[in-house]
Design a protein around this ligand. Structure first.
Ligand SMILES: [Zn+2]
Ligand SMILES: [Zn+2]
Length: 398
């Protein structure tokens, strides 16, 4: 029997479980019901389950082959503050207004539960221990990964490798992709408050209009990457939210901007931060306004361990046809708090195709219509099981 055959009996259940979790999404650090559900499923398998944080949990699978080897597999479990949309999901639409699993963490959780079932049945093939980490709060700072690492719980184990995955709507089902080294950027958050003087829209000369000042800031920020960052470095400055004003005929007193900075090197981040502070100070002086800028440090960049990333690609090639396994040419600018684990243990993060041409699974992460094709599990589950078992990825006969 091979690993795919081990997984086949659990694929349908994983998809049903994903749909169940999808109906009851919970925001970062509030995943109490989700955690209880996961814990219940894991204890039913006879596994030891620990809760180092208020939400999220870790299951320990003891292999029958005595060894010091410890491998960790991680899934994130939180949902997003998004009002869900989309016709394809009507059977399992979010029951909670304004909260939805639009990043696929429901699928990550269901997949790791499936992996737990497969591994619990095949402990005779496992040497040492496998830790299954169901992590809270990936979407919101400070990051569940950071909080978990700060408890020191994982560091009690000599974890030799840690693996994590993410659905990828831009790749068709069946595709696996990752790369050694730089994989995902460090995302920092910023917040700008512009204070002017409010007044009547008909009398702009008696006011200091923060709307016009915000427009200046937004345009000037766009010159940072194009004019101040080394062209051979990757960086992004994006404003994702603007808030200000109440009516068409009122000049507001205050306006706020929220955005994100993405890059790989700390020198580039410093350069961007310095330019943002200079731009805010300069525009404030020019327009006689007050501008405050705060920057919150996000997650470190995801830098894959060379050996672990190669292992993911090799295991995938052993399990599936090699045309489905793609080594990424360049990193992406999205962020992931998987990077916290990589500060302590060699690890690799990878993407598993969840897109299909004729469904709404083509929508990108964080889109209200985001969906995961059920075929995702056919790739994700065997690959995680294979990495847990170790070796070449082929188990031979049972
Ligand atoms: Zn996300
Ligand atoms: Zn995500």
């Amino acid at each position: 029997m091979n690993i795919q055959q081990w997984c086949t009996p659990y694929l349908k259940q994983a998809n049903e479980e994903r749909e169940y979790l999808h109906r009851f999404p919970e925001l970062s650090y509030q995943e109490f019901e989700t955690t209880n559900y996961i814990e219940q499923q894991l204890t039913q398998l006879g596994l030891v389950v620990e809760r180092p944080l208020d939400t999220g949990c870790i299951a320990i699978i003891e292999g029958d082959i005595a060894s010091d080897r410890v491998v960790a597999l991680r899934a994130d479990i939180d949902a997003l503050p998004i009002q869900e949309e989309g016709e394809a999901k009507t059977d399992f639409f979010s029951t909670r207004p304004g909260i939805a699993h639009c990043c696929g963490h429901d699928a990550h959780t269901a997949n790791l539960l499936g992996v737990a079932r497969v591994l619990a049945k095949h402990t005779s093939h496992i040497s040492g221990k496998v830790l299954l980490i169901f992590q809270p709060g990936e979407e919101t700072l400070p990051g569940g990964g950071r909080l978990l690492c700060e408890t020191g719980w994982l560091q009690k184990y000599p974890i030799q490798q840690i693996f994590g995955l993410h659905t990828s709507p831009s790749h068709k089902v069946g595709t696996i992709t990752t790369r050694p080294g730089e994989l995902m950027a460090a995302p920092d958050e910023f917040h700008v408050t512009i204070r002017g003087v409010g007044g009547h829209a008909a009398c702009p000369h008696e006011a200091i209009d923060p709307v016009v000042i915000a427009a200046e800031c937004i345009s000037a920020f766009q010159t940072i990457v194009s004019r101040s960052v080394d062209p051979t470095e990757s960086a992004v400055v994006t404003i994702g939210r603007i808030e200000g004003g109440t009516a068409h005929n009122i000049i507001p007193e205050k306006l706020q901007l929220w955005g994100t900075i993405r890059s790989f090197s700390s020198a580039t981040v410093k350069r961007i931060e310095k330019r943002m502070h200079q731009i805010c100070a300069g525009i404030a002086q020019a327009y006689d306004a007050e501008i405050s800028l705060t920057i919150n440090k996000g997650y470190p960049a995801v830098i894959n361990d060379e050996r672990a990333a190669k292992q993911v690609l090799n295991h995938a090639k052993n399990l599936f046809t090699s045309d489905k396994v793609v080594e990424m040419e360049r990193p992406i600018m999205a962020g992931e708090d998987f990077s916290f684990y990589q500060q302590f243990f060699p690890g690799a993060f990878f993407f598993v195709g969840s897109g299909a041409q004729k469904s709404d699974s083509k929508y990108v992460w964080h889109h209200p219509k985001y969906n995961v094709d059920p075929g995702f599990f056919e790739t994700a589950m065997p690959l995680m099981v294979s990495l847990a078992i170790g070796g070449s990825g082929e188990t031979g006969k049972e």
